[in-house]
Design a protein around this ligand. Structure first.
Ligand SMILES: C[S@@+](CC[C@H](N)C(=O)[O-])C[C@H]1O[C@@H](n2cnc3c(N)ncnc32)[C@H](O)[C@@H]1O
Length: 309
């Protein structure tokens, strides 16, 4: 690959995904593109890059950005945010949304689905208390392949061994060949949709909780700022933004303030962001599309019974 081709790929990648690659990542970039050579019948990364440069190379440019991104995820990743969600955020929201009985959650940059399914399993443990509630759990990513896998809800033995407690594996999965398939009722709780954090125009509405974990780390500061500014607009005024363990809003956005009692990675809207909001008058989730009713199984566990500690 020539320096010109490398710079071209870097530019396309940044423009499509927000990911900023430096010169040292050259070999990694080539390695990630190798499967595309086979899929599309190119002899070298140079040949693939030249095809991308052509006016009709749009599809390849999009596929390249997806091929280069890291789509790793696992169940209950880092544990703490999931514990905080189950033990603190969900009970607080149920109190705050007593009038509307409606909660909206968004997993942005969800990858292969382990994150929203972890939340869905936690919610299922609350089911009797959520009887009659409307609950949206939206999971988005810009990578089609990752979403395809997420929708199937089919995971290898290795994948279910990463972070998923055996008790939840037994309760919420069925053996499928050499792997495991998530139960249809858990799968039905999550709605998957293609969405690029860089092209977000607000169409998804307002959420009570946004998980946006382990994606900002790949962006340069300017992109992080843009994405955080948009996420602030998607958050209900008393909502929670949950970032990855190595991610922060500090120095990037004054719209958020860390939730002091939560461990690292949980943020609410700052007083400045709240003051800038036009009052909507209903005190809770204040926008978003129509909410499908949350189907409740009659006799599941009596209360929140699971902690990932
Ligand atoms: C490392 S995974 C994180 C998955 C999950 N959130 C977790 O923490 O386990 C990063 C995900 O971000 C997605 N991604 C990268 N850039 C994106 C963008 N601009 N818009 C939406 N998703 C993006 C990738 O496709 C990938 O699935």
């Amino acid at each position: 690959m020539t320096p010109r081709e490398f710079n071209y790929l870097r530019e396309v990648l940044h423009e499509r995904s927000g990911i900023a690659l430096n010169e040292e990542r050259r070999e990694i970039l080539e390695g990630r593109l190798r499967p595309m050579l086979k899929t599309f019948g190119f002899a070298s990364v140079s040949e693939l890059t030249r095809a991308m440069m052509r006016p009709d190379g749009e599809y390849l440019r999009g596929r390249m950005a997806q091929a280069v991104t890291v789509q790793e995820s696992y169940f209950f990743r880092d544990k703490t945010p999931f514990n905080y969600f189950g033990e603190t955020i969900l009970p607080r929201l149920m109190e705050a949304r007593e009038a509307s009985h409606a909660i909206r959650l968004w997993c942005a940059a969800t990858a292969t689905g382990q994150e929203p399914y972890s939340l869905a399993m936690l919610i299922a443990e609350w089911v009797p208390k959520l009887d009659g509630w409307s609950l949206d759990l939206l999971a988005t990513d810009f990578a089609e392949d990752a979403l395809r896998k997420a929708r199937k809800g089919l995971y290898s033995q290795f994948e279910v061994q990463r972070g998923l407690p055996v008790s939840l594996l037994i309760k919420y999965f069925q053996k499928a060949g050499t792997g495991w398939e998530i139960n249809p009722d858990i799968r039905a709780m999550v709605q998957f949709r293609e969405h690029n954090l860089l092209r977000d125009d607000g169409e998804l509405g307002v959420f009570d909780v946004i998980f946006c974990r382990n994606v900002l780390i790949y962006f340069d500061d300017a992109t992080k700022r843009q994405v955080l500014a948009r996420l602030a607009l998607h958050l209900a005024k008393d909502g929670y933004l949950v970032l990855g363990a190595a991610e922060t809003t500090t120095g990037l956005s004054d719209a958020f303030t860390a939730v002091p009692e939560a461990q690292h990675g949980v943020f609410g809207l700052s007083p400045a962001a709240l003051a800038a909001r036009v009052p909507k008058g209903n005190g809770g989730t204040d926008a978003g599309p129509a909410r499908p009713a949350f189907k409740v199984a009659p006799d599941t566990a009596p209360a929140f019974a699971y902690s990932c500690r």
